[in-house]
Design a protein around this ligand. Structure first.
Ligand code: NOJ
Length: 665
């Protein structure tokens, strides 16, 4: 009897152990299923299936820390779950309302060392996310040397990526099977699943932690956290110094059957905390022109001299042009001291030929904003130490948007020379945004850390670079951005948030490097204003170039940069894309398309329009003989009427595109 009881007890123990070691959570619609388990060694793992098919097989979780191996020897203490169904309104965005609907599972783990670690999983209808959380406990400090989070996709899918050391993320994205990616990669990675679906691997709510990078090894995409640098600027083993309690950033994977669904996913924003700015009325989406392209095509200089761009007279001309054409703001680069050596920028002293008081009064009287410019040359420490006085100066001159810059592959933070995407750099960017908010200043951050959705919490972070932008078409020795580049970005970099690509070149001859140029037709440049989302949207060319094609410039005057709704009408990564967006607070729609070096017919059903209404359309399209190389200026502007039952067929030339305004009659 005793032996039988023992046997039953053992069976019961095995049963309880296996139940408590395997935990499941599904998306609200039941299509995505995530399983959690602890292995025999107490190592946490997860797996994900969609529609009953495993997409990610058992994959490792956990952290390696100095003196703590948090990858095994865990016991499951319990688990909590909850269903969240919420809707929130964006301050600005690709749509007014975002729904956050997911199931959450939190597993509570205890390590043999006594350390407690939770892993929270959230499963949405279009993907999933997880993060590690350390609550208040005896151990107060953790020095993280490695994060083990991995994604063991069940097939060797094709993936789009750039290498992790790509300076400022300004690279050309390439496609190859995961197994052929020999480099460590920047996050995000966009994956074309073999079943026709898509996966987008990235992170959300990066805070006081290094940015994630990814590498493929032994069948799994794995995490490589950006390391700290030592006093000789060499990578250290240490990735993050943390004080308990803290959560890590979210690791997220968008998982959809179609490309429009991937583009529409708002998981990243949903994983960020709600807005921390109480009164957001001062945060305004704006289109701007600027004293900028002239420096890149070398007809002007940043530093003072005979070709100085940011002079009082030139700025006055730009401000009056903006006023005349309904453009909200003007950026000026090179207005402040320091451009001679890029080492000692002074953010509150203009060059003598820039009259800040006069220009700020003029801008105010015209109702045009000035976008300030603070290039740090990578000296983040100096900038950070003076943030309050710099922002006070700008605010006192009515400047409520600043483009920041960190040109230097390694930046000098208050912790010495560091990767900008390391923990110290991440802290710096966050401090800039939070301080700027106090002075009602919006930020356009160049040379940033890859966006992870901070703009939900701090909507004064309006746009960022982190992209091989238009400027490469002015000076890149490789000839400029190939036509394909712009058809990849909406599905890779721009999935992480607004981009300051600076569309709108209207003049393709390059005075300084004739072999380098914009690989597009003029209509493709218009299409970018719809395809590339940015609530601070620059039209980058010179006023005189815009006046060479004033009829086409009309589209730039009209297109908004804040939206009620947005959708990808059609697209293929690296080939073409067509977006439609409804202007915020209006019934007007804007449709834009761009193609790579192949001519294509865009098929645009107008089913997004309201039934029983007629719309007046202005179609800006490539001319019949247009092509980016020989006839970029060949375009037609046509006026038509249409209803939601119509389908447009528009030819896009090689490197071409189109733009349409759709206004209810
Ligand atoms: C690089 C930025 O991307 C560009 O827009 C800017 O003009 C220069 N740095 C100078 O700050």
């Amino acid at each position: 009897m005793k032996r039988l009881t023992e046997f039953v007890l053992i069976l019961l123990a095995v049963f309880v152990a296996s139940c408590s070691r395997k935990t499941e959570v599904a998306s609200p619609d039941g299509s995505i299923h995530l399983s959690f388990r602890l292995t025999e060694e107490g190592a946490p793992q997860y797996a994900v299936a969609r529609d009953g098919e495993t997409v990610i097989d058992w994959s490792a979780l956990g952290l390696q820390c100095v003196g703590q191996d948090l990858t095994r020897n865990f016991a499951l203490q319990g688990a909590d779950d909850r269903f969240v169904h919420d809707t929130w309104e964006t301050v600005w965005g690709e749509e007014r309302e975002i729904s956050d609907t997911h199931n959450e599972l939190v597993v509570h783990l205890k390590h043999t060392s006594g350390m407690e670690m939770d892993i929270a999983f959230r499963v949405f209808n279009d993907g999933f996310a997880f993060r590690y959380n350390f609550s208040e406990q005896e151990l107060k400090k953790l020095t993280i040397t490695d994060e083990m989070s991995e994604y063991r996709f069940t097939a060797d899918h094709q993936a789009w990526s750039i290498p992790w050391r790509t300076e400022y993320y300004e690279g050309l994205w390439t496609k190859a099977p995961l197994s052929a990616k020999s480099d460590t990669l920047c996050s995000p990675v966009t994956i074309e699943l073999q079943d026709g679906g898509y996966a987008f691997v990235h992170e959300a709510a990066l805070r006081d932690y290094p940015a994630q990078n990814l590498y493929y090894k032994d069948g799994a995409l794995r995490t490589y956290l950006t390391p700290w640098l030592d006093e000789h600027a060499q990578p250290m083993d240490v990735k993050a110094y943390k004080t308990v309690p803290f959560p890590t950033p979210w690791r997220m994977v968008i998982l959809t059957r179609t490309l429009p669904e991937m583009v529409a996913s708002r998981i990243m924003l949903n994983l960020n905390p709600p807005c921390r700015i109480e009164d957001t009325s001062w945060i305004k989406p704006m289109k701007f022109i600027g004293i900028w392209w002239g420096m890149h095509i070398q007809t002007m200089t940043w530093e003072a001299g005979p070709k100085h761009g940011a002079t009082t007279a030139n700025m006055e001309r730009y401000l009056r042009f903006a006023k005349q054409h309904g453009i909200d703001a003007v950026l000026a680069e090179g207005w402040n001291l320091g451009w001679e050596d890029w080492k000692h920028f002074d953010f509150t002293t203009p060059y003598p030929d820039w009259d800040m008081d006069y220009l700020s009064r003029l801008a105010d009287s015209l109702g045009v904003q000035i976008v300030g410019h603070n290039e740090t040359g990578g000296n983040a420490a100096d900038y950070e130490n003076n943030l309050d006085s710099i922002y006070r100066y700008h605010a006192a001159h009515g400047i409520h948007a600043i483009k920041t810059g960190y040109v230097s592959p390694i930046v000098r933070t208050i912790d010495g020379l560091q990767f900008n995407k390391g923990q110290s750099g991440v802290r710096h960017y966050r401090k800039v945004i939070e301080t700027a908010a106090k002075y009602h200043i919006c930020i356009d951050n160049h040379e940033p850390v890859m966006p992870t959705g901070w703009q939900r919490t701090w909507p004064n972070l309006m746009t960022q670079e982190g992209v091989r932008g238009q400027e490469w078409n002015a000076w890149s020795v490789d000839g400029g951005n190939p036509c394909e580049h712009v058809t990849v970005l909406p599905f890779t970099r721009i999935m992480t948030g607004p981009v300051d690509y600076t569309p709108g070149v209207f003049h393709f001859e390059n005075p300084v490097i004739p072999t380098t140029r914009v690989h597009s037709t003029l209509m493709n440049q218009l299409g970018l204003f719809v395809c590339f989302y940015s609530p601070l949207q620059m039209a980058c060319d010179l006023p005189e170039h815009y006046m060479e094609h004033a009829d086409a410039f009309r589209f730039i005057e009209q297109v908004p940069c804040d939206w009620e709704r947005s959708l990808l009408v059609d697209g293929k990564i690296g080939d073409y894309c067509i977006f439609a967006r409804q202007g915020r607070g209006t019934d007007d729609w804007y449709i834009g398309g761009i193609t790579d070096e192949q001519a294509r017919e865009a098929v645009v059903p107008l089913s997004m329009l309201e039934p029983e209404r007629t719309y007046a359309l202005t179609l800006y399209r490539d001319g019949d003989n247009a092509d980016w190389q020989n006839r970029p200026y060949d375009y037609r502007i046509e006026h038509l009427t249409a209803t939601c039952n119509d389908t447009l067929r528009i030819r896009m030339a090689p490197g071409g595109g189109f733009a349409i305004t759709v206004i209810p009659e």
